[in-house]
Structure formats: C-alpha cells, structure tokens
Write a protein that binds this ligand. Sequence first.
Ligand code: 5GP
Length: 191
Amino acid sequence: MPGFAELLKDEIQEIVLSEDQIARRVRELGEEISRDYQGKEVVVVSVLKGAVMFVADLVRHLTVPCSLEFMAVSSYGASTDSSGVVRIIKDLDESIEGRHVLVVEDIIDTGLTLNYLRELLLNRKPASLRICTLLNKPERRAVDVPVDYVGFDIPNEFVVGYGLDYAERYRNVPFIAVLRPEVYNKRGEGA
Ligand code: 5GP
C-alpha cells in the first residue's frame, strides 16, 4: 500500500517533520515532563481538535499519574485578526483548583489564544500551570506567553498534519508538511 507521502505528492510541497522525528521528540518531552513532575499528579488539559494526536502520544510517555481533560474553544469574530478572546464550547469536566495543570497545545502562533486560555485557567487557582506545545512559531509571537516545553521551533509557514488541519483535512497525516500553494488557491475559490 502506498504511504501518505506518495498518496499526497500532488498536494504536499515539503515534509517539515517526519513521523520518526516527531515520535523521538514526543518521547523526549514525555520523559522530561515525567522527571519534572516526579511525585506529583498532573491534569493534562488539551484543546480540541489540533492537539489530539500530540496529547495521545505524549501521555503514553508520562510515567507520573495523570488525568486527561479536553476543552473546545472558538474565536470571536474574524479568524485571522483574532484578539485571542475565545468562547468556551466545551469546558473541563473537573475542577483544577489546587491541582498541577499541564496545558498541551498543537502550535503557538501569535500566542493570543493561549494567553487568553492561560489567564482563564489561572483564575481557577491551580497549584501550578505549565504549557507544552509541539510546534512554536517564534517569529509570529504577539504576546509574551511563557512556554515551558517546546517540541520544535518552526518558521512562519502554514503547516498541516499530525492533528493540524487545513479546512478540516490532513489531520490524519502522520507527518507535518507544508502544502503546495495551489491547494490553498483551489480550496479558496471553491469554498
Ligand atoms: P494563536 O492564537 O497562537 O495565533 O493561534 C494558534 C492557533 O492557530 C493554533 O491552535 C492553530 O489552530 C492555528 N494555527 C496557527 N498556525 C497554524 C499552522 O501553521 N497550521 C495550522 N493548521 N493551524 C495553525
């Protein structure tokens, strides 16, 4: 059976991070986080849907007791010039008061969304709150949000795969890639 790279060769411009590179780094992050939280219990809070693949792989490398919580949020107003103010579509099932919270994100771009979410969660008085992101675009940062664990710094290019979508597609692709410009143009016209 042909692999994803072969199947999508007309749509993908470049593979930025391979499956192996991702798997290795996720394991390292899991080991680092496990060391840092030694003797503690952690509530892993992840934001749907982009971080699903990452969090599923990451928690399998956590050797400390942990629970898994999901939030769903949507931005107010136009998507691109977002102020970072988000509406909660699905909130946490459990209280985080007095607990150690690790927020797991897929990608930090401007940081506005995460900054807002961080403030919101801090208001609920967790014992601690740390942030872990698989991907980070430092060039694009608009607010100074403290990030404790970063998988990879990447340049300012729109990427898909390993949970990240373009128009809800490509989340299932096991590597991270940049699409050919035609793909965006075509979809833009059709939508
Ligand atoms: P921020 O508030 O940091 O600008 O927004 C981060 C969100 O924008 C991410 O959670 C993700 O949904 C989206 N995003 C930012 N950069 C990319 C990208 O390169 N690819 C995809 N698929 N989504 C992105």
